[in-house]
Design a protein around this ligand. Structure first.
Ligand SMILES: Cc1ncc(COP(=O)(O)O)c(C=O)c1O
Length: 379
């Protein structure tokens, strides 16, 4: 038997409480049974998103939420600014281009965070930028972009929306939607929210709803105005992902019992320990600044293929992590500490990394990183 440990940056492990809740018989999404279920999820999401605005619940993966964040608020030819510092930044560009927006990019070197001053200058020079798109946590590089600083710049521009992909950052980073002024924020179920894949969440500010009135891009499945009208009646536009929403209530209950501050602290601490432990083994971090609390991208030692590390972790020890994407492929492997994770997940990951690297001939003393993690986790 090979016991499996899921330490990938999505999908992430689902707690048994949530799995059991989802074993309940299916209820009809237009029946009175479902209304309180959706009402509770709706309120819980407002708590999680730190917003008083609507948080739409879409039956799709996170990318569906990203698509909706484009086709509901813009028009053909609108100038938008995409902060592209990795695979998911690139995805914003591709979606915007698919809808014929006029995309300007700030290309950020992989492993680095965008400099807020660069965004400020770009907005000053181009008064017609209608939206700025960014990732909170760029999962492909393990970098966190400073959302608070960016929001404070963008909110000075009345005609510019701030759109944040928080798919991997939600619960791992403090994202104060209303307080900071994030207009549209996208989340996904299979990350920090501890659910299977299948729902996207999107919060929408009043400023963004006003903009939606002027958007003429085609919309059918992702029609946010219709979703908003349905949400007000505790419904979704099409058949609701009933089982996932029941599970969502359970995971929100668990997160609320822990408290948002504690949830955030747990992620910060686990990420810190992971970084210190891999550095103690002599490995570098791919994030040269502002590392993400959701995922750590680790440089594979010279001469050792990052994809092989990822493969060995899974095949020899049952640990599913992630490899590198695109230009980082082969150079890195990534370990998540996101959602339903605790101290021994970090220890498992470090122990596994040490065993794999040693097995691949990399000189290291077994237990070095584990000991550092143990010390830090006991402190
Ligand atoms: C930052 C970020 N954005 C977008 C996505 C895409 O989400 P999905 O695969 O749920 O469509 C992911 C998934 O890994 C992600 O980490």
């Amino acid at each position: 038997m090979l016991k499996r440990y899921l330490l990938a940056p999505g999908p992430t492990p689902v707690p048994s409480e949530v799995l059991l809740a989802m074993a309940a018989p299916i209820i009809h999404h237009r029946s009175p049974d479902f209304l309180p279920v959706l009402d509770s999820a709706k309120k819980g999401l407002q708590w999680l998103f730190q917003t008083r605005n609507d948080v739409l619940i879409l039956c799709s993966t996170g990318t569906g939420g990203m698509v909706g964040a484009v086709n509901n608020f813009f028009n053909r030819g609108d100038k938008v600014l995409v902060i592209n510092g990795g695979k998911f930044g690139e995805r914003w560009t591709k979606i915007c281009q698919a809808y014929s927006l006029d995309v300007e990019e700030i290309i950020v070197e992989w492993g680095y965070a965008v400099k807020p001053e660069t965004v400020e200058e770009r907005l000053k020079k181009n008064k017609d930028i209608k939206g700025v798109f960014v990732q909170a946590s760029e999962t492909s590089t393990g970098v966190y972009h400073d959302i608070k600083a960016l929001a404070s710049i963008i909110k000075k521009h009345d005609d510019t929306l701030f759109i944040v992909d928080a798919i991997s950052a939600l619960v791992a980073h403090d994202l104060r939607t209303d307080e900071w002024g994030i207009d549209i924020m996208v989340g996904g179920s299979q990350k920090g929210v501890m659910l299977p894949p299948g729902i996207a969440f999107v919060s929408v500010s009043e400023k963004a709803w006003q903009r939606a009135e002027t958007s003429k891009l085609p919309k059918f499945y992702f029609n946010f105005k219709k979703e908003r009208e349905n949400l007000a009646k505790n419904q979704t536009n099409f058949t609701s992902p009933v089982t996932l929403i029941i599970g969502l209530n359970e995971s929100l209950k668990m997160l609320q019992a822990e408290g948002l501050e504690n949830v955030l602290k747990r992620h910060e601490r686990l990420a810190h320990v992971m970084r210190k432990a891999v550095q103690a083994i002599g490995l570098g971090l791919y994030a040269k600044e502002s590392p993400s609390n959701a995922v750590t991208a680790i440089m594979s030692p010279p001469g050792i293929d990052g994809q092989a590390v990822y493969k060995n972790l899974r095949e020899k020890y049952g640990i599913t992590a992630a490899g590198g994407q695109d230009k980082a492929k082969g150079k890195i492997f990534r370990i998540a500490h996101l959602g339903y994770t605790d101290r021994f997940d970090v220890i498992t990951a470090i122990a596994g990394i040490e065993m794999v690297l040693k097995g691949m001939g990399h000189p290291l003393k077994l237990g070095t990183g584990v000991a550092v993690a143990q010390e830090l986790l006991m402190a």
